[in-house]
Design a protein around this ligand. Structure first.
Ligand code: ADP
Ligand code: MG
Length: 262
């Protein structure tokens, strides 16, 4: 290895161009083989560095997002969910709702893919450069209640208000404890028109009063969530059960209409 090469490696290290430093020989060979001009070679080098940084940022953001599992939109079988408007999901996936600080509500019975879509949309958001935090509704509320008791509510609210997109999963599976609705309301108000929220629920919006155990607070929450919102309602069968039905383990819940014989 020449002294000039060592010097270059050191300079790249000082500039924190580590991808370039680590792949230097390969990149120089590639530029030579392809007979690139200096400008083209520089472009190639910068592209590699930027690609590594994007990769790092994405990996780090995935870690911070705390998704419960790995899912993406390509892995979602839209044919299995005919009630779902694919165009609407594509539109949401552009991330425009995040830029505008809007809300997305994913509603439907258990097993229809709400959490799958929430994670997949969170993934798209991260790739687009947004910070994301995923939390089950029960955890969120428990954390807020605990912080409230310990006199650290402000700190917790700030924590949950920070990410550009907050995903609250499974709202309504359990009714809220008294006070919880009000804590959730504080969070929703704090994020309102500043940060986007994506909420999944197995309960129709009309039932949220029961979920929150307080019709007044429920109305105040819904007022903010629905103001700039995209509501996605999934009406299909549970995907898990569908898989079981296919393998003959289960009968269909409702009889399939038979064609009239001619
Ligand atoms: P929900 O949150 O609505 O209860 P999930 O998103 O947890 O349902 O879905 C249950 C399981 O079935 C997950 O593993 C999910 O990836 C899968 N699943 C659900 N719907 C689909 C679909 N349309 N295409 C592919 N996988 C699906
Ligand atoms: Mg779910």
């Amino acid at each position: 290895m020449s002294e000039g090469h060592d010097h270059l490696t050191a300079l790249l290290g000082r500039l924190k161009l580590t991808a370039l430093r680590d792949q230097l020989d390969t990149l120089i060979d590639e530029a030579g083989r392809r007979e690139l001009t200096i400008r083209e070679a520089l472009t190639l080098f910068c592209e590699r560095e930027v690609a590594r940084r994007d990769q790092r940022r994405i990996e780090m953001a995935f870690g911070l997002a705390r998704f419960p599992f790995v899912r993406d939109l390509t892995g979602f079988d839209f044919a299995a969910q005919p009630s779902l408007d694919k165009g609407q999901i594509r539109e949401i996936a552009t991330g425009r709702f995040i830029a505008n600080g809007e809300a997305v509500l994913l509603l439907g019975p258990p097993g229809v893919g709400k959490t799958h879509l929430a994670v997949a949309l969170g993934r798209e958001a991260i790739v687009a450069g947004y910070s994301v935090l995923f939390t089950p509704a029960t955890t969120l509320v428990a954390q807020l209640a605990k912080a409230h008791t310990e006199g650290r509510l402000e700190e917790r609210l700030t924590h949950y208000a920070k990410p550009k997109l907050l995903i609250v999963d499974e709202l309504g599976y359990l009714p809220f404890e008294p006070d919880a609705a009000h804590l959730f309301f504080q969070l929703v108000s704090r994020r309102y028109e500043r940060g986007a929220m994506l909420v999944t629920s197995n309960r129709a919006v009309g039932e949220w009063g029961t979920v929150f155990g307080d019709a007044v607070v429920a109305t105040a929450i819904l007022d903010r969530l629905l103001h700039h919102s995209h509501v996605v309602t999934i009406r299909g069968d549970s995907y898990r059960l569908r898989e079981k039905r296919r393998s003959g383990l289960l009968q269909r819940a409702t009889p399939v209409p038979q064609p009239t014989p001619v």
